[in-house]
Design a protein around this ligand. Structure first.
Ligand SMILES: NC(=O)C1=CN([C@@H]2O[C@H](COP(=O)(O)OP(=O)(O)OC[C@H]3O[C@@H](n4cnc5c(N)ncnc54)[C@H](OP(=O)(O)O)[C@@H]3O)[C@@H](O)[C@H]2O)C=CC1
Ligand SMILES: O=C(O)C(=O)CO
Length: 302
């Protein structure tokens, strides 16, 4: 079975003929699509035009959780199955969210730059940080990532609140979104990007956060209105942000958020650990086996 791994990563597996293609190499991707029976998809959008070049394609296997980068209707129209693998990267993302909130609270970006430039010592008192212990952290989402992060934050001594679409009155930490925002010193986003969640954190909702709050996003850029975020940071209402994801990816170098030293950034790499890859390949190979055997796929989305 011909598998097209759409990432710059070599991998072999018994019974699978795996070819790889870096995500930025559109020409190679187009040339490999006609023979692909399975695409192992990471993040580069998979469009109807791509699928038109792939007459043998039977399965789009998302390596990870969010399927917003796949044209699901186009896949369904062409009889191509789509599956994801929720949870396989949850530990990595939860740890990254924790890392970004600590980095923002402790001003790692300016400290790092000044230390490298030989201007780090003595440490500038204007960069005095804050501790997570004792602060209230509001999580948007109560799924696999938010649940792991909640455990980590509780161990550190933070007070954790969370919100979901479906109220969870049995859990004393659950709050309606606006109540959660009013109470949160740090807010961290862990919900999918859908029509409903697009710009969920807009100017009005960001204004509900207490002055000096920190926003962390390891979910999808467009859940936050980036212009409103920039204004809230520029006005000083927000003290900082930790961003792994952006409205436009790859994030353009001219994005004004990148010029702020109270914003710590990553290139949508929260998931990127060796352990995540091992889990990705285990599920992806199992779904290829199931496809060949005519068995029900794991985590079929469509
Ligand atoms: N940066 C990265 O590398 C990665 C990013 N991600 C992103 O993180 C997201 C979360 O992942 P994960 O925790 O595994 O997903 P889950 O599916 O386990 O959890 C999603 C949570 O979002 C909640 N939710 C959905 N819609 C809304 C809404 N409108 N308002 C409030 N809550 C909502 C759901 O609860 P309910 O249905 O009750 O509302 C659920 O608790 C993914 O969708 C993906 O976009 C994931 C992995 C890697
Ligand atoms: O799993 C996800 O949704 C990611 O963003 C990483 O690919």
């Amino acid at each position: 079975m011909r598998v097209l791994l759409h990432y710059d990563m070599e991998h072999t597996a018994a019974g699978l003929d795996i070819v790889t293609c870096p995500e930025h190499d559109d020409e190679r991707f187009a040339s490999l699509l006609p023979d692909a029976e399975v695409v192992w998809h990471v993040l580069r959008p998979l469009t109807a035009a791509d699928l038109d070049r792939a007459p043998r394609l039977r399965l789009i296997q998302k390596l990870g959780t969010g399927v917003n980068t796949i044209d699901l209707d186009a896949a369904a129209e062409r009889g191509i199955a789509v599956a994801n693998m929720p949870g396989t990267n949850a530990q990595a993302v939860a740890e990254t969210a924790l890392l970004l909130m600590l980095a923002a609270l402790r001003r790692v970006v300016p400290f790092d730059a000044r230390t490298r430039a030989g201007r780090g010592w003595p440490a500038d008192p204007s960069l005095t940080g804050g501790e997570l212990a004792g602060r209230t952290v509001g999580l948007l989402g109560g799924g696999q990532i938010a649940t792991l992060l909640r455990g980590m934050l509780t161990a550190i001594g933070a007070r954790v609140l969370f919100t979901t679409r479906t109220p969870r009155p049995d859990d004393p930490a659950w709050r309606p979104l606006e109540d959660l925002l009013r109470a949160s010193d740090v807010v961290s986003v862990h919900i999918p990007l859908t029509e409903e969640t697009h710009h969920l954190l807009n100017a009005a909702r960001l204004a509900l956060l207490p002055p000096g709050a920190i926003v962390v996003n390891t979910a999808r850029g467009a859940v936050i209105d980036e212009k409103a975020l920039l204004e809230a940071l520029a006005s000083g209402h927000l003290a900082g942000a930790g961003l792994d994801v952006f409205e436009q990816e790859p994030v353009p170098a001219a994005n004004p958020l990148l010029a702020l030293d109270n914003v710590v950034v990553m290139p949508h790499a929260a998931w990127l650990t060796r352990e995540t890859w091992a889990r990705y390949f285990a599920v992806a190979e199992e779904n290829c086996r199931r496809l060949v055997a005519g068995e029900e796929l794991l985590h079929r989305v469509r």
